[in-house]
Every structure is written in structure tokens, then in C-alpha cells.
Write a protein that binds this ligand. Sequence first.
Ligand SMILES: *Cc1c(COP(=O)(O)O)cnc(C)c1O
Length: 406
Amino acid sequence: MSDQSFAPLSPPDPVRPDWHPETRLVHAGTLRSQFGETSEAMFLTQGFVYRTAEECEARFAGPSGGFLYSRFSNPTVAMLEHRMAAFEGAEAARATASGMAAVTAALVGPVKAGDHVVAAKQLFGSCRWILEDYLPRFGVASTLVDGRDLDQWRAAVRPSTRLFFLESPTNPTLEVIDIAAVADIAHAAGAVLVVDNVFATAVWQSPLALGADCVVYSATKHIDGQGRCMGGLILASEKFIQDHVHMLLRQTGPCLSPFNAWVMLKGLETLSLRVERQTATAAAVADALAGHPKIERLVYPGRPDHPQADVVRKQMRAGSTLVAFDVAGGKAGSFRFMNALKLAAITNNLGDSKSLVTHPAITTHQRLSAAERAELGIGDGLIRFSAGLEHKDDVVADLLGALEKV
Ligand SMILES: *Cc1c(COP(=O)(O)O)cnc(C)c1O
């Protein structure tokens, strides 16, 4: 082989303050190797080698910035973390193997035995399990409140309350919780607020700017956006990450595979394009279905008839890629609807390039009792629709055609 003493190319700026969000999604955090690749490289490696024993010693001893082991950090994963932090406007980010790994670290990291957590009961099923079944084993109690009712948040505070947790819009009924108001209550109580921002996406809602202390994502959803890889992200101040999640992630090991990180990194480049298209389709679906004789109730954060339309205007830049609606005829009616769809697929997932429908009562919220589901507005005819990247007219025609079979 010829002498190829490649000198590393000087990397592009990780992020410039004047870059718009869309530019950050394409460029922020890029690390370029000595080969000068245009597209970010996938560093599929567990470990790293050192030129000398002295360099090895120095890397381990101090904050030299070099990589040590991919459970701690990896160049491809670091690019994803930096790019997402630049887009979200966060000081720091950590990527995880799944959305639930991110939620778990953000909920477990800040608490210890004797502490108390307050959370909205309108939550993703697995998040409820952590609060109701898992944390109590370690002496961390939780109170679930109706997230829309600020008085319930205030009343739930105890001297030991350390953490508030919510999701907005909520899964699956797309109700909206006032993030700034809940952040104020949390801070007055000396607690931190963690927000699961999957349903709004970073494109339409910025919880940190609204006062939250930490934002978590299932990157499995819109960040990958094409139904391929599992992943998660935690974004917060450098202090929050160092105090609460840095060591937990390093030592317990829910690290993101560099392959999945690369898929997500390339996913970020098209995130705003995709979410804008999906939101336009969801809005068209909401308008076409609202008032339809076979639809008993429809909730879409982009419509003026949304139950918390004033809060939506205050904290979201646009609606959502999701629409929730009750099909007439309960379980039988909604089953006939789903079985008559020709384009939208029946799944329990969301945020894909393909339009999807979910029946929460038999899937994501099946673990809850019928009474608990009723309390959350999850009826037997409820459908959660996730807009894909198809032409909106084809999607609307598919849903209207299926409603005729109800
Ligand atoms: C999917 C989802 C999660 C969990 O993410 P995974 O990547 O499936 O682990 C958490 N919160 C919300 C709101 C979700 O939609």
C-alpha cells in the first residue's frame, strides 16, 4: 500500500449560533475523518486503540476528549447526540438503546429511596409500569394526577417530591398539558420536570424553552421515521446530565448501537420535512373525519375545537402527526373500520413513513382495567391514527372508504 499518511481534515463547525433549525438537522455535530467523507461515517467498533501506553493512560486519567469504549461513547453516537442537542436547543444529550431506556434513566436517575414522583396518568403504558410497579420496589412512591388539572399537580406535592413527569400531547387521546405551568409548580416544590416529547416532536414543541428540565424521546418514532431501528434520546442541561444520568448510563449500559445511531443521524436530516408533510396529512384527515356521521369524537391539536386549544396555541408551533377518534359502534365498529383499510396498516406503532392505525384498548393500554381506560377516555371504539408520507388524498380516501363499512 502506498504511503497514505492521511492527516485528519479539520472538522466542520459542530454548530453555528446563526443556523436555523433545519440547517442544524443536516450539519450540526458532524465529525469528519481523515478520508473527508461527505456523509457521516458509521463507526461500527466496540473499542479504540492508542498510539502509546502513555496516551492510553492519559485518556483514561483525564478529560482528554478521546473515545474509550462504545458503552461510554462512540463517534457516530456522539454525532447523533450533538445534532439532536443543537436542534432541541439543549446543552447536552445522551442516546439510548430505546425510548424506554431513555425514560427509565430520566426517571430513575434523579430519585432515591424515600423520594416521591408526581406524574400525569395519561402516559404511555410502559412509563406507567415504571412509576406504578417498578419504582415502588426501591422505595420511590408516585402519585398519578389528571395532567390537565393544575390543582391536582399542586395538591400531589409532598416534602419528598423530587420529580414531575408528563407527556403532551398525551397518548393516545392527544389531550394537551400546560408544560410551562406544570414546570412552575415543579420548581416551586424543588422538583425537576421531565417531559416525554414524542407525540409533539422537537419540530413542533420545545419543552426546555417552556421550563422543563429534561426532554426524552423514543427516537424509534419520528427521528428514525421509517420504521427501522429502536433508539432513544435524553436532552437536558450539562448539569442535569452529569448529576442524574451520565454515570447511570455508562455503568448500566443501555447504549445505542452505532448502526442504529447512524440510521437516526441520517433520519434527522429529513425530520422537519417528514414531520411537516405528516402534520399536513394529519390535519387533512382530522378535517375530513370531524363531523362524519360514523365518528363520535375526534381530537386533533391543530383544530380550534381541541379541548385545550388555548394551551396548544401557547406551546406548540403546529398540530401533530397523530389524530385520535372514536368510531361509532364501539369495538365491533372500530374493528370493521380497521379491517376495511386498504392503505393504512394495523399496528401499535407510530411515526412511520407508512400511515398506521392503532386500537389502544387492545394493544398499548390493554394492561389497564376497563375502568382505568374509561377514566383516560380510551373507549372500545378509539383509534389512534399516525400519518405517513403517502399523498394526503390517498390517505383520506382510505379512511373515508373504510368508514363506509362501519
Ligand atoms: C414509543 C414510545 C415510548 C417508548 O419508546 P420505545 O422506543 O418503544 O422504547 C415512550 N413514550 C412514548 C410517548 C412513545 O410513543
